[in-house]
Design a protein around this ligand. Structure first.
Ligand SMILES: O=c1ccn([C@@H]2O[C@H](COP(=O)(O)O)[C@@H](O)[C@H]2O)c(=O)[nH]1
Length: 224
């Protein structure tokens, strides 16, 4: 069975990314490449990681006017990512155009509320009401706009899954029970996130900054 564990490769250095990816490739289900990696290495870097044969999750969190996001996604199509992110806060038209611009084999998922934010941070941005309600509201918008799913924390995935049983739920901000949280504020364990309805988990530093990334990936995988 394919592992739901995606490794976040957050480095600008292609050699380091490939070394890490090669070490853990047998214990993860895919590789997530984000802004840091993409800005430094572009399409070439994505092609190099894709040569390892696992699905690529391109986490660029696109957020702009609909035309600009659609054109950016068209430019990404040759990379054939398995998963691509946009920000739900971009609004209905942007989400609809994002989905229409993506290839048929790419799941387009909307980031709801970043896992590095808590209720106070959300209030600072002018959003009234609870963080939980904001995630559920944006999940509903993503669904109505034809997207495949959302990115949310493990705190909200159960409610989101109940409201959207066929949705694809990406959960980052995942930590083993003794793991350092760093800048993540809404954290759950990998096992909890899966039990509550995550489709895939995104894990970065608990694996990439471990002395033995391969062992760290295996230990997380064993809890699922
Ligand atoms: O809400 C979000 C959306 C995306 N991410 C990304 O996931 C990884 C998490 O890395 P860790 O080292 O495991 O904290 C990272 O690439 C983020 O850009 C997220 O954390 N939260």
């Amino acid at each position: 069975m394919t592992s739901p564990l995606y490794l976040a490769i957050d480095t600008p250095h292609l050699d380091a990314a490939l070394t890490l990816a090669q070490r853990v490739r047998h214990h993860v289900g895919g590789f997530k490449l984000g802004l840091e990696f993409f800005c430094a290495n572009g399409h070439h870097g994505v092609h190099e990681v894709a040569k390892l044969g696992l699905p690529i999750f391109l986490d660029l969190k696109l957020h702009d006017i609909p035309n600009t996001v659609a054109k950016a996604i068209q430019a990404l199509r040759p990379l054939e990512p398995a998963v691509l992110t946009v920000h739900a806060a971009g609004g209905r038209a942007m989400l609809e155009e994002a989905k229409a611009a993506a290839g048929l084999n790419t799941k387009v998922v909307a980031v709801t509320v970043l896992t590095s934010l808590d209720s106070l941070d959300l209030a600072d941005t002018g959003v009234e009401g609870s963080l939980h309600d904001q995630v559920v509201r944006l999940a509903s918008l993503a669904r109505e706009s034809g997207l495949d799913g959302i990115v949310c924390s493990g705190h909200e995935v159960k409610a989101a899954r109940n409201a959207w049983p066929s949705g694809f739920f990406v959960v980052p901000g995942v930590r083993p029970s003794n793991g350092k949280t760093g800048d993540q504020k809404r954290v759950v364990t990998p096992a909890q996130a899966m039990a509550d309805g995550a489709s895939i988990l995104v894990v970065g530093r608990p694996i990439s900054q471990s002395e033995d990334p391969d062992l760290a990936a295996r230990e997380i995988e064993a809890t699922l």
